[in-house]
Design a protein around this ligand. Structure first.
Ligand SMILES: [Zn+2]
Length: 258
């Protein structure tokens, strides 16, 4: 039927619109990020119930008209992630994961692997809300980099190919650099290097752990890669302890965070 789109989707964002409607950003396996309007969804007797909230995995039906915005005509829950919703840190981690996907993969280009990765991330947070660590958030981001074609080069110097004496990371070069090429790079300690290779080599459920100092270097490597090659700045991978941001609310990246 022309105009009817049936797909699985994860709700990334949900924004109030008008008196009773919501605009949704959803992520789909076959159409990338889609914007849709859900009419009347904020009325108490809406047939959608509470299903069109962030982090729901749905089987959704959309009507596609001439405009860019599709209209939600039906939605069934595949996974509502109730445990995740009961835990502030897991909610915050889910919001950051959805924000990263929505910004790094904002077009209609299909990336079914990204959809699967996001579903896996949300399922893991639901199974174990206490697993919402900085290490698990960074493992997820490293896998997103790979899906975006921005996998950091870790096997040899990204400038000259030297396989040893790898002492720094350069976002501009797109990977680790050796001691002769380290101008413009920042120091990357062996622990941070080991974390990145382990995180990229294992499934999300077996994400490695590391010390805060090494994780800080990993986060900087991810951030500088995204800034240089995707012109994108994401929120910090986890909430900074000193600042309180309500879960689910995108915060502008503080200048001091990079
Ligand atoms: Zn080099």
């Amino acid at each position: 039927m022309p105009g009817l789109v049936k797909t699985e989707a994860v709700v990334l964002r949900s924004m109030r619109y008008g008196e009773a409607d919501r605009i949704l950003h959803i992520y789909t396996p076959g159409r990338g990020r889609v914007s849709a309007i859900a009419k009347g969804v904020r009325r108490a007797r809406s047939r959608f119930g509470g299903r069109l909230e962030p982090f729901f995995r749905l089987r959704i039906e959309l009507h596609e008209g001439r405009g860019e915005l599709l209209t939600v005509t039906g939605a069934q829950t595949v996974h509502g992630h109730p445990s995740l919703r009961g835990d502030a840190r897991a909610l915050d981690a889910a919001a950051r994961a959805c924000d990263a996907v929505g910004r790094l993969f904002e077009t209609s280009e299909p990336h079914p692997g990204v959809f699967n990765l996001l579903c896996r991330k949300l399922a893991l947070l639901d199974e174990d809300p206490a697993g919402a660590t900085r290490a698990s958030a960074l493992s997820f981001r490293l896998k997103l980099l790979v899906a975006a074609g921005l996998a950091p080069q870790l096997g040899a110097c990204a400038c000259c190919g030297e396989p040893e004496h790898l002492v720094g990371f350069s976002g501009a070069a797109g990977g680790v650099v050796c001691s002769s090429c380290e101008a413009g790079a920042f120091p990357l300690e062996p622990q941070a290097y080991e974390f990145m290779t382990a995180a990229l080599g294992r499934p999300l459920s077996e994400a490695p752990a590391s010390e805060e100092r090494a994780l800080g270097q990993v986060e900087r490597a991810v951030s500088e890669t995204l800034e240089h090659h995707a012109h994108l700045r994401l929120m910090p991978a986890t909430e900074r302890r000193s600042t309180r941001s309500p879960a689910g609310v995108a915060q502008p990246l503080p200048q001091s965070a990079v």
